[in-house]
Design a protein around this ligand. Structure first.
Ligand code: ADP
Length: 498
């Protein structure tokens, strides 16, 4: 990451925040057609950070038109794969070069500790573009032997870009989720209308500026900030959008599917989770405790993969719960911009109320908090990292996604029992397994119905590793080669040549 002095940094960020942020449509920054703006808040204080254009259906229409023109006629579709790759690589470089500024914007808007923005969000976003840049020249097809008795044929497949793509992203990793979505779309030659979350629009706007600087032609990437019910819904329902890619709640995911039915656009969804994290009694206890704490408390539990159901084999149950509770109590809570902070505020007032509601519901249903269990009084949307015991599989806190730093811990006896219990959920996004017996670990990994299983680690992401959900955690995969396939159509070409 490039290093700027703290003063230079402060100036760059304040300058960026001073002017209302506009929409990126057809390569130009424009106000919303309605002229409306909305405020984005600093969750550490509840104060206004800046104003952002409130795009709605009219702006989505303009953005889709621009994306369509760019897809059908522009330099983008005629560009060589290698040139396209160089531009995407450059975007990765620009994210690295502007890493300090992006990290600060992310922390101010989302609340996460600056150390996390710097170590995770920004480098992973840059890496995703670098990884995807390499794919532009490797999107290939196949040839096939044709078994028709008379005649000679040449038959092959081509993978063609799907077209105009609508992408709707959440607030928990704003820049990184934009990268996960844009990387494969741009690598395959699609054009995009991106709708960032209304809680955290800032880094996407800065990313738009960097995309233009990298040389992405006008209309290829359009960014419409605004609310889900208006801008998001219009994008999902738009008759000239060929695919919608969504990350967010399972509830909204179902609305996206309904909206997409109008023109049967392709849909990929990355939705909620209630991930089991399983500690066997032969695990390395220190790593398992640290891993279980990281699984739930990283990013304040605002992760779709959060290891929110901790299962510990009987012999180690008390020791692991004690260890995770002790870690929870030691976490330094404060504003994300304070370098010492390990956990910042939740993203919004709404999220704050939601998480507190779950804590209260759990305690009311008979759970006991061995750490936390309450909100933190004062300004900003802070809660205590919480560990709940005396829980059972029927409780709301065990069944539903909380999306906050709240873990439920339950003991188990056997592999068969835990395989069933781990799968006793509508979700299937991720899971963790902690044991020194690798045979047992892989056997359980194969039995768990989830898109990702981590063994003796958690929250390990890589641009090469496909990510997505079983069951109600989603459709399709992001990252890796699999994501590229979902941004292309396969065309079979069959020619009689003799
Ligand atoms: P959360 O409840 O955690 O905020 P959501 O699923 O509501 O998560 O939001 C994820 C993204 O989906 C955001 O960009 C949001 O604006 C958008 N969104 C919310 N409602 C809709 C909707 N009805 N149609 C399309 N997008 C929506």
């Amino acid at each position: 990451m490039a290093t700027a002095t703290p003063l230079q940094m402060q100036n760059a960020v304040s300058e960026f925040l001073a002017a209302p942020k506009k929409l990126l449509i057809d390569g130009k920054w424009v106000a919303a057609s309605s002229g409306k703006t909305f405020e984005t808040l600093d969750p550490a204080t509840g104060e206004v950070l800046g104003k952002v254009a409130e795009g709605d259906k009219a702006d989505i229409d303009l953005a889709v038109k621009a994306a369509r023109r760019a897809f059908e006629n522009s330099a983008w579709s005629k560009m060589t794969a290698s040139e396209r790759g160089r531009i995407i690589w450059k975007l990765g470089d620009l994210i690295e070069e502007n890493g300090d500024e992006l990290a600060e914007l992310e922390t101010l808007d989302n609340g996460k500790p600056i150390s996390v923005s710097r170590a995770a969000d920004i480098p992973l976003a840059a890496d995703l573009f670098h990884y995807m840049a390499g794919w532009t020249t490797k999107i290939d097809g196949s040839t096939f032997p044709i078994s028709i008795p008379r005649g000679e044929y040449l038959a092959y497949t081509r993978r063609e870009p799907i077209g105009v793509v609508g992408q709707i992203i959440p607030w928990n990793f704003p820049l990184l989720m934009a990268a996960w979505k844009l990387g494969p779309a741009l690598a395959t030659g699609c054009t995009v209308v991106l709708k960032p979350a209304e809680q955290t629009p800032l880094s996407a706007v800065r990313l738009g500026e960097l995309a233009l600087e990298a040389g992405i032609p006008a209309g290829v990437l359009n960014i419409v900030t605004g609310y889900g019910e208006t801008a998001g819904a219009a994008l999902a329902a738009h008759p000239d959008v060929d695919k919608i890619a969504f990350t967010g709640s399972t509830e909204v995911g179902k609305l996206i599917v309904q909206a997409a039915a109008g023109n049967l656009k392709k849909v990929t969804l990355e939705l909620g989770g209630k991930s089991p994290n399983v500690v066997f009694d032969d695990a390395d206890v220190d790593s398992a405790v640290a891993g279980a704490a990281n699984a739930i408390f990283f990013n304040h539990g605002q992760c779709c993969v959060a290891g929110s159901r901790l299962f510990v084999q009987e012999k180690l149950f008390d020791q692991v719960v004690e260890g995770v509770s002790a870690s929870a109590k030691k976490i330094r809570i404060g504003p994300g911009m304070d370098r010492k902070t390990q956990m910042g505020p939740l993203v919004s007032d709404e999220q704050h109320r939601r998480v507190i509601g779950y804590m209260e519901a759990g305690l009311k249903e008979g759970a006991k908090a061995t750490a936390g269990g309450k909100k933190i009084e004062g300004r900003g949307y802070f809660v205590e990292p919480t560990v709940l015991v005396n829980t059972n599989p029927n409780m709301k806190v065990v069944r539903e996604e909380i999306f906050g730093p709240v873990v439920t811990a339950m003991p188990f006896k056997s592999v068969d029992e835990i395989a069933a219990e781990a799968n006793n959920t509508n979700y299937g996004l991720a899971a963790g397994v902690w044991t020194r017996d690798l045979g047992k670990a892989h056997q359980l990994a194969h039995r768990i119905k989830a898109g990702t299983v981590w063994i003796n680690c958690y929250n390990v992401f890589d641009a090469a590793l496909p990510f997505g959900g079983y069951k109600q955690s989603g459709w399709g995969r992001e990252m890796g080669k699999e994501s590229l396939e979902l941004y292309t159509e396969v065309k079979s070409v069959c020619a009689r040549i003799g």
